[in-house]
Design a protein around this ligand. Structure first.
Ligand code: 6PG
Length: 243
């Protein structure tokens, strides 16, 4: 397993350049996974930061990544219908998935419209069909993650019960007051920490302080600090956020 000291860093001047590096990492992981397992599994983040990565994958990697052998999962979802502008699925669909030759049965959407409890149960079952239960075997080949200013990642918010989940792979989650959609479903630490390559994408000066706290190991309990990949944990940072 990784320790915080085994994190690696890719720093680029702009979010566009960070996204280009993330796309290249994704394509390399996809190539290796398909050669090894015959399929590639990726877990996508919501939020605004990965938008340019998704667009780039659609534009420059349409014929490079084996989309027909790719299983698409989501790190979290807001409890809204899939066409709602707040939907993480909608973001990924409109920027990436509708433009590449995916197999629709391999897109594992979180059914946020069911509400947090039912959607979490349903998603947990989808994931258990996709991955073996053996804790020694990785789940996602790549998980794209973002970080909130409070140190949350996916919809694992500091202090929320979802963060303490030990068994379920998907759990209902509650964003703090002030966040637009508070009812959420999130993947949990037991499944996210079995990812081969975790890629945190961070850009913008407002993330500088939280990223510096996480990367200096000053706040090991923050959700984003607790997710390490089995093989790699790469922090991809733009010039404004890099410590
Ligand atoms: C979500 C997320 C969340 C996100 C961070 C960063 O659905 O809100 O998946 O964890 O990645 O909040 O969001 P930004 O990229 O918009 O800063």
């Amino acid at each position: 397993m990784s320790s915080p000291d085994r994190r690696s860093f890719i720093v680029r001047e702009s979010l566009a350049a960070v996204s280009a590096a993330a796309a290249a990492e994704t394509a390399a992981a996809a190539r290796d996974a398909v050669a090894r397992d015959g399929r590639f599994t990726i877990c996508l983040a919501g939020g605004e930061t990965p938008r340019s990565l998704y667009r780039l994958l659609a534009r420059d990697y349409r014929d490079v990544i084996a989309w027909g052998r790719t299983e698409i999962c989501f790190g979290d979802e807001r409890c809204v219908p899939p066409h709602n502008p707040q939907s993480n699925f909608r973001l990924a669909w409109s920027t990436l998935l509708e433009q590449v030759p995916i197999v629709e049965q391999r897109v594992h959407r979180i059914l946020g419209e069911l509400g947090p409890d039912a959607a979490a149960r349903e998603y947990d079952s989808q994931l258990r069909r996709l991955f073996v239960e053996d804790p020694g075997i990785p789940t996602f080949d790549v998980a794209v993650m973002g970080v909130g200013n409070d140190g949350h990642t996916a919809s694992l918010f500091p202090g929320d019960s979802a963060l303490e989940e030990k068994k379920r792979w998907a759990a209902p989650a509650h964003a703090p007051a002030g966040v637009k959609v508070r009812e959420r479903v999130t993947l949990t630490l037991p499944v996210l920490t079995r990812t081969r390559t975790v890629m945190f994408l961070c850009a913008g000066k407002e993330k500088r302080e939280i990223v510096s706290r996480i990367l200096s190991n000053a706040a090991p309990d923050l959700p984003a600090a607790r997710i390490l990949g089995v093989e790699k944990t790469i922090w991809l940072l733009d010039g404004a956020v890099a410590p």
